[in-house]
Design a protein around this ligand. Sequence first.
Ligand SMILES: Nc1ncnc2c1ncn2[C@@H]1O[C@H](COP(=O)(O)OP(=O)(O)OP(=O)(O)O)[C@@H](O)[C@H]1O
Ligand SMILES: [Mg+2]
Length: 249
Amino acid sequence: MTSSADPAVQVSGLTKDFGATRALDGATFDVANGEIFGLLGPNGAGKTTTMRILLTLLKPTAGTARVAGQDVTRDPVAVRQRVGWVPQGHAVDPLLTVMENMRFMCGMYHLAPVAARRRAAQLLEPAGLADHGNKVARVLSGGTRRKLELAMSLVNVPAVLFLDEPTVGLDIAARRDLWTYVRQISRQGTTIVLTTHYLEEADALCDRVAIIDRGQIQATGVPGELKVNYQASTLDEVFLAATGQELAA
Ligand SMILES: Nc1ncnc2c1ncn2[C@@H]1O[C@H](COP(=O)(O)OP(=O)(O)OP(=O)(O)O)[C@@H](O)[C@H]1O
Ligand SMILES: [Mg+2]
């Protein structure tokens, strides 16, 4: 049984070993319905591994995780029906046009051609891509390409959307433009879990964050509250303290 009061994501004691490497070590956190939640941590901390388990692309070694009320190990098909994903790196076909990329994704979800055209148009408009439909993805700016990837991840109307470093490599104007789009997706009722190495971005965009280091959650909370708790003026300082690193002079 699931209810709308259930958290969108429940992670408990999640552990993942890759051979001798323990990528996740008992990670525990919840994401509430409708939140924009940031998973923050140094390179190799276990962020992508966590996302891949929540997306049912990897099996945990131990622990449990539920997404949109479904258990990732027991009901992976039900989880996949309820999630969207924009992976770290690129997810569009550069040789297809914007519209062809959208319709390809609609085809993956078995939408008939007429429904696919309608759905693609519905998703391109709020992404600000309505006028780019006939452009090949290769010629798009980094920010516009990223918005296309987000629009493609919404085809199945996911309850929970996972964005792995959505703004990496984008200039500040393109990043802010993407934040606006992410907030808009959030207002439609989609829960969003994202990773980022830009901590001012997490501060501006996320309702709550978790800081993960060496596979363990070191801190979880509202950015403003974390700053108070750590007597820090920025989330960078919270991050460095929570991950046992020194502030550079
Ligand atoms: N398929 C794999 N096989 C072996 N080791 C892996 C595999 N995937 C991840 N790891 C290891 O697990 C640890 C966590 O990696 P992960 O990719 O989850 O980190 P991350 O927090 O996403 O880092 P980044 O910020 O660099 O993207 C690292 O030590 C990584 O080398
Ligand atoms: Mg990663």
